[in-house]
Design a protein around this ligand. Structure first.
Ligand SMILES: [Zn+2]
Length: 251
């Protein structure tokens, strides 16, 4: 009994493959490879046409060229914590001039001019910025504008997921620890009693279909956070929790 079909998928009889020094040229797999190579070439051409191009300004500029800025010069202490606050401001950890004795602090620089804009004491550990500055020695949140500590959690949280807006860590116990910012906007000037009540109700009932109404209310109340408003208006699932509601509802 033969295990091979006598006809191919197109109904034509299967022919013995033709062998050559380069291999089996007529083997169906080989033909598929040729076809997929051609498809790859076509896809590549389509991609090349559609793909956004990155153009680096001053790509041929030397390391000491005119756009170079010295932001925060240190002799031996390097690779310390730093994070972007926006497109032009950089937060760099550590204050002082002695490479062995840094004051726990954050310095804020404008990278377009090299100027130091501000500094404030307190933060320790890796830095993350998402609306607030977080220092990951435990988890502490800071208001960069005022240099004020907003909240603190003792859990060891070494990573931040910007999409889920969750801090996470794996301490020695082996049990995953997670933390999310809650209630931080409950006292904001634009966080009216109506907004807080609506947010609390949506969270309690998990009535995420009403989030666009909350988005409209935030807009009318003058909420400056475009991402929060856009999140309320965006379609899609919100899982068991929603980061916008978490920020508005006090724990
Ligand atoms: Zn959500």
């Amino acid at each position: 009994m033969s295990l091979r079909p006598s006809k191919g998928a197109d109904g034509r009889p299967l022919l013995p493959p033709v062998h050559s020094a380069a291999g089996c040229l007529d083997h169906p797999d080989y033909r598929r490879d040729e076809e997929s190579d051609e498809q790859d070439r076509q896809d590549e051409q389509v991609d090349r046409g559609a793909r956004p191009r990155l153009e680096l300004a001053g790509v041929w500029e030397s390391e000491d060229g005119p756009t170079r800025r010295t932001v925060c010069c240190r002799e031996c202490f390097w690779d310390g914590p730093l994070t972007w606050l926006d497109d032009t401001r950089l937060a760099v950890w550590g204050y002082g001039t002695d490479d062995e004795h840094w004051i726990a602090a954050v310095r804020v620089f404008d990278v377009t001019t090299g100027a130091e804009l501000d500094w404030f004491p307190g933060p320790r550990g890796a830095l993350v910025f998402d609306r607030e500055l977080a220092s990951l020695d435990g988890l502490t949140l800071w208001d960069v504008k005022r240099g004020a500590r907003l909240a603190r959690d003792s859990a060891q949280l070494a990573r931040y997921h910007p999409g889920a807006k969750i801090y996470a860590g794996l301490p020695a116990s082996g049990e995953l620890a997670t933390c999310r910012v809650r209630g931080i906007d409950a006292a904001a000037s634009w966080s009216t009693p109506t907004i807080r009540t609506l947010a609390r109700r949506i969270a309690h009932d998990r009535a995420f279909a009403e989030l666009p109404v909350l988005g409209d209310a935030l807009l009318l109340a003058g909420c400056p956070d475009a991402d929060m408003i856009a999140h309320c208006h965006a379609p899609g699932e919100h899982g068991a929790r929603c980061w916008v509601l978490d920020r508005l509802v006090e724990p």
